[in-house]
Design a protein. Structure first.
Length: 363
């Protein structure tokens, strides 16, 4: 009994110490910037790995399939995420307004645009503002639902919610995006597309570019709050990863709840290492515009969305630089007038980048 009590006490002390360290990393990273953040997280990882047992890989328990579909029938335009989310609950396969017109032919000098939603989101609720804005500027716009997976397939609890897609294995989702892009190219007669990805959508697009031949078929990629370097989730993700690296499987049970793609996006995951292997972020001649928000509470620290300084063909943009009144958080990013203008500017540099207020979550 005394031994059990002693072990429980030791475990509590360990978890408390690691929690403090992980939280400290999250706070310090936010204050010190991306280089310092990477440094501090690496120091903690090195410290743990130095004395670690064989690491537990939470991702290994989640093996299953996922599907994708082309949304049909356009829902109404929205100016913020919450009403778009509500509409999507009862119209989970709706296309965003202006999207998936298969008779559309790109105007001269334009390329079709493919929109890739985030985790537990769908084509409609993620893009009900950006899609009609692109359509208004004459673009042929397309959006898919990908990574559709139920809990028994490793999709986590999100699979129980109507329209909560993007829960399947990201490597498989990248191939699904590739199939959709081929469908768009065949329909429009274009040789390349432009892409926009929110959150996981950004790294799913990057998976397609790097590992599925997409770099030859994409001209520009804009990511909004993408988990390009994983997320610490304000220290919680880092805590879970470091405890896992001690050989205590804390992320495994969490993986069953959040799903395959959720656990793959945690800091220092096997998947994130695969995505950025060899320090390769920009692939081919694709132009990358990477947008992050200081108020992002999901991709944390927010600088972890950015590519390393000096990466070719890349612009890292903090949304609030030059527009402090835009307080968009993770979900409001795709409903920010400023973010919409940044997307349009990435595709046509003559488009002016605007500044307008946008509230946290509510848009």
């Amino acid at each position: 009994m005394r031994g059990d009590t002693s072990r429980r006490g030791w475990t509590r002390k360990l978890v408390t110490s690691l929690a403090a360290a992980a939280t400290g990393i999250g706070v310090a990273a936010t204050l010190a910037g991306p280089a310092a953040a990477a440094d501090q997280q690496q120091q903690l990882a090195d410290y743990i790995n130095a004395g670690a047992k064989k690491p537990v890989v939470a991702e290994n328990i989640l093996k299953g399939g996922s599907t994708w579909q082309t949304p049909a029938g356009n829902g109404p335009q929205q100016d913020s995420f919450l009403p778009a989310f509500a509409y999507g609950l009862t119209n989970s396969n709706a296309a965003p307004p202006g999207a998936n017109d298969w008779s559309c032919k790109p105007a001269e000098g334009q390329e079709p645009v493919v929109l890739v939603h985030g985790t537990w989101e769908n084509a409609y609720n993620n893009w009900a503002m950006i899609s009609p804005a692109l359509k208004k500027e004459g673009y042929c716009v397309y959006a898919l639902n990908y990574g559709i997976s139920n809990p028994l397939q490793g999709g986590g609890l999100g699979g129980l919610l109507p329209g909560a897609n993007g829960t399947g294995d990201i490597a498989k989702s990248g191939k699904q995006v590739g199939q959709f892009v081929d469908k768009v190219l065949k329909s429009t007669g274009a040789s390349k597309v432009n892409m926009v990805g929110h959150s996981q959508g950004g790294i799913t697009a990057r998976e397609y570019l790097r590992y599925d031949g997409g770099a030859a078929k994409v001209d520009n990629l804009v990511t909004l709050g993408a988990t390009n370097n994983g997320t610490s989730l304000d220290g919680i993700g880092t805590l879970g990863r470091t405890i896992n690296n001690l050989g205590i499987d804390t992320l495994g049970p969490i993986a069953l709840a959040v799903g395959t793609s959720g656990i793959q996006q945690v800091y220092d995951s096997v998947y994130i290492k695969h995505l950025n292997a060899g320090g390769k972020y920009a692939i081919g001649d694709v132009n990358y515009t990477i947008v992050g928000s200081r108020y992002d509470e999901v991709t944390t620290p927010y600088q972890s969305t950015f590519f390393p300084a000096g990466t070719p063909h890349t612009k890292n943009i903090t949304l609030q630089n030059g527009c402090e009144q835009d307080t968009s958080d993770h979900l409001a990013l795709s409903y920010s007038p400023r973010a919409v203008s940044i997307v349009l500017n990435a595709f046509d540099h003559k488009t002016k980048i605007v500044c307008a207020p946008n509230a946290w979550l509510f848009g």
